[in-house]
Design a protein around this ligand. Structure first.
Ligand code: GLV
Length: 322
């Protein structure tokens, strides 16, 4: 029987595979996430760790766990919270949960796109505040997305699922990506691959769907934000640090950009004070994949990875290179 440590609350149904395999489960039951000291203490003696994207998995944590640790299964598509080199050097397998969350995350991105361009967040706040209103042909006008080009940074599963939604609503699809969009999707969506700076300069909405890596940190920096079209929008459901958040606030404050829809933040859960004040910014608390169905599937996939590795089998969805 192996000891499997789960660092935060997860949907119970996702854990069936661990129970069936008869492993000892050590779960974090606290209402607040564990402090770093509590986390280090909790992973002690674990053969496997189910981590979440707020856990920094580094030398310190792996030392605290001990030499018996075989697998770190991140319950997320991203794995920027894990020091991959260190895990590799120690022979620890790292896995993630791609393939099960792209529809839910694209729903969040598209929801933010509509909320932002149609000012739904601002409008809802107005109604709840008891502000007098009446139907008027000039009242709270947004922008029609049907005339717009969406520029996707990243064209993997989530970017492609976002493109499908945008296409269905009459938008033109363009993207810039390290790996080109799959050709069947590209043809079906009439998606145009562009160099990043051309995408930035020609899109009405930029939506981020790339992993956070040293190359994509601040991929939307002050210079690129300034190069966006006047009155354009930014949507981010990827990772906060893909955008220079201060520079985004400045670009919105100056009126260069018309709005932003954000699910993720550079210093999560802190949010830039200026962004919090702006009516043309929609702010969600990192809900990208947050449906009961998807979070259960993500947990189930992380569990399947753990069970496979503990049985000496290849992981189901290893992070590239593992
Ligand atoms: C969520 O942000 C994820 O990477 O799954």
């Amino acid at each position: 029987m192996a000891k499997v440590c789960i660092t935060d609350a997860v949907p119970e149904a996702g854990l069936d595979g661990l129970r069936a395999a008869g492993h000892e489960i050590v779960s974090w039951a606290g209402e607040q996430p564990p402090t770093r000291a509590e986390l280090l203490n909790q992973v002690r003696g674990a053969d496997a760790v189910l981590s979440v994207l707020t856990d920094g998995v580094d030398d310190e944590l792996l030392d605290a766990a001990g030499r018996q640790l075989k697998v770190v299964a991140n319950i997320a598509a991203g794995f920027n919270n894990i020091d991959l080199e260190t895990c590799k050097r120690r022979g620890i397998v790292v896995t993630a949960t791609p393939g099960v969350l792209f529809e839910s995350t694209a729903d969040t991105a598209f929801g933010l796109l509509l909320m932002t361009t149609r000012r739904f967040g601002q409008a809802e706040r107005l109604v709840r505040a008891g502000t007098p209103w009446r139907y008027r042909t000039t009242f709270m006008l947004g922008r029609a997305i049907q005339s717009m080009t969406i520029g996707l940074i990243g064209a993997g599963q989530i970017g492609t699922a976002m493109a499908r939604r945008c296409k269905a609503f009459g938008m033109q699809i363009a993207y810039a990506a390290e790996h080109p969009m799959k050709s069947a999707a590209r043809d079906e969506l009439a998606a145009v691959g562009l160099p990043l700076d051309e995408l930035i300069a020609t899109s009405d909405v930029i939506s981020l769907h790339c992993p956070l890596t040293p190359e994509t940190r601040h991929i939307l920096n002050a210079e690129r934000l300034a190069a966006m079209k006047q009155g354009a929008y930014v949507i981010n459901t990827a990772r906060g640090a893909c955008i220079d958040e201060k520079a985004l606030a400045e670009a919105l404050k100056s009126g260069h950009l018309a709005g932003a829809g954000l699910d993720v933040y550079e210093h999560e859960p802190e949010i830039d004070a200026d962004l919090l004040e702006m009516e043309n910014v929609v702010l969600l608390p990192h809900l990208g994949s947050a449906t009961a169905e998807t979070r259960t599937k993500m947990t189930g996939l992380a569990v399947a990875n753990v069970v496979a590795v503990l049985e000496g089998k290849p992981a189901v969805t290893p992070v590239p290179g593992f």
